[in-house]
Design a protein. Structure first.
Length: 343
C-alpha cells in the first residue's frame, strides 16, 4: 500500500506565471546522488562516497543524525530523501531551504515528521510505503522540467496557427502540455510568441514569452531553460506540434533517464533519423544549448556524439504536424464522435 502527500513552500508551485527570463544555475558535471548507508538505489549519479559538488542525498532514518550533520556542513546538498523514519523527530533546521522526501509505512510517524518540517518552512513530500518506490525516490532526487516549444511560425500551414488546430476537441498544443504535466515533469513551461497561443493555454502552465522567436528555435529553447527552477536537473524538450506524444511517452523517458548508467540525454527512438523529440537533456549540457544560434536545437548538440545519447522505445508517436496533409493524417487517427440522438 502506497499513499503520498506534498506541501511545497515555494510560492511558484501550483500557480501559472508569465515571465521573460529568470536566474539560471550552470553545472559542468552531472548531479551526484549521495547514498548514505546500505541502501541499494540504482539511480543515475549514485555514489557512496562524499561527493565533491552539488548533490542530492538519500539516507535511512537510523542514520539521519549523521545525515543532518552532512547537510549542515554542505550548502550544495540540494534535496534529501529519508527512508524509514526514527521514532523521535530530530532538529530539522539544517533542512531549511532544501527539498525533503519522507518514506515510511507508519502514518503517525509520517504525520509527525511532516508537521515539524512544515512548521520549519521546509518543502516536504511524503510517501506511506514499507519499501521505498524507486520511481518516486528518483523523481524527488532528480527532478525534470518540461519545456514545450510553442513559439514557431506555421510557415507551411498558411492561414492558420497550427498549434491551435483541433485534435479530438482540444487545441494541439494542449495535448503536449498535458502529456508533460501528467507524465511526471516537476515543472512545465510553454514558450510562446503569439497572443492566440497564450490564450489557448489558459493558465494551465507557466507561460514564457520569447520576443526573439523570429530568430529561430535556439532562442525559444534558451528562454525555456532560463525559466526552469534552480532545483531542476534535466530539461525535457517537447515540440508543441506533436499531439500523439502522450503521458506514457514522457513517463518512459523520465524512467530511462533516471536509471543508473544512463547517458546525459535520452530521446525517443524513431525511424531513419534514429531519434526524435521529446528529449531529456541533463543540466551538464545546458551550457552547450545556450551557445546555439538560429534554428539549431538539441540535435545539433548531440549529432555525432553517441556517448551523450540513449535512445529508447516509448509508447505514443513522435509525428509532428507541419502541413495540411500531416494534420489530415493525424485527425484520421481519432474516431469521430457520433452526435447524440434525441429521444
Amino acid at each position: 500500500m502506497e499513499s503520498a502527500g506534498r506541501v511545497d513552500m515555494s510560492p511558484k508551485n501550483g500557480h501559472s506565471r508569465e515571465s521573460n527570463s529568470g536566474p539560471i544555475w550552470h553545472a559542468d558535471r552531472a548531479l551526484s546522488v549521495f547514498v548514505m548507508g546500505d541502501l541499494d538505489l540504482a539511480v543515475r549519479g549514485r555514489t557512496y562516497r562524499e561527493p565533491e559538488g552539488p548533490h542530492s542525498m538519500v539516507v535511512r532514518g537510523k542514520d539521519l543524525d549523521a545525515g543532518l550533520q552532512h547537510i549542515a556542513a554542505r550548502s550544495d546538498c540540494r534535496s534529501v530523501a529519508v527512508v524509514g523514519l526514527p521514532e523521535q523527530v530530530p532538529d530539522l533546521s539544517p533542512l531549511v531551504g532544501r527539498r525533503l522526501l519522507l518514506v515510511d509505512g507508519d502514518s503517525g510517524r509520517l504525520r509527525d515528521f511532516a508537521e515539524v518540517a512544515i512548521r520549519a518552512g521546509i518543502e516536504v513530500e511524503w510517501i506511506r510505503a514499507a519499501r521505498p518506490p524507486f520511481e518516486r525516490l528518483a523523481a524527488a532526487l532528480l527532478p525534470v522540467g518540461g519545456i514545450v516549444l510553442a513559439a514557431g511560425r506555421s510557415s507551411r500551414m498558411p492561414g492558420s496557427q497550427k498549434l491551435l488546430l483541433d485534435i479530438d476537441g482540444v487545441p494541439m498544443v494542449k495535448h503536449v502540455l498535458e502529456a508533460a504535466s501528467e507524465g511526471g515533469c516537476h515543472q512545465t513551461v510553454v514558450v510562446y510568441a503569439e497572443e492566440d497561443v497564450r490564450r489557448a493555454i489558459d493558465g494551465r502552465a507557466e507561460l514564457v514569452f520569447n520576443p526573439k522567436a523570429n530568430t529561430g528555435m535556439a532562442s525559444s529553447l534558451q528562454v525555456g531553460l532560463r525559466a526552469l527552477r534552480p532545483e531542476i536537473e534535466g530539461a525535457m524538450v517537447l515540440l508543441g506540434d506533436q499531439p500523439l506524444v502522450g503521458s506514457r511517452t514522457v513517463a518512459t523517458l523520465l524512467r530511462a533517464w533516471r536509471r543508473e548508467g544512463s547517458r546525459p540525454a535520452v530521446a525517443v527512438s524513431s525511424g531513419d533519423d534514429g531519434w526524435a523529440p521529446p528529449v531529456i537533456i541533463s543540466r551538464e549540457l545546458w551550457k552547450e544549448l545556450f551557445a546555439l544560434k538560429g534554428d539549431a536545437g538539441a540535435r545539433q548538440v548531440l549529432h555525432g556524439r553517441p556517448e551523450l545519447l540513449d535512445v529508447v522505445p516509448a509508447p505514443g508517436r513522435p509525428d509532428d504536424i507541419d502541413t495540411p496533409d500531416d494534420y489530415a493524417k493525424i485527425v484520421r487517427l481519432f474516431p469521430r464522435k457520433r452526435p447524440r440522438q434525441r429521444v
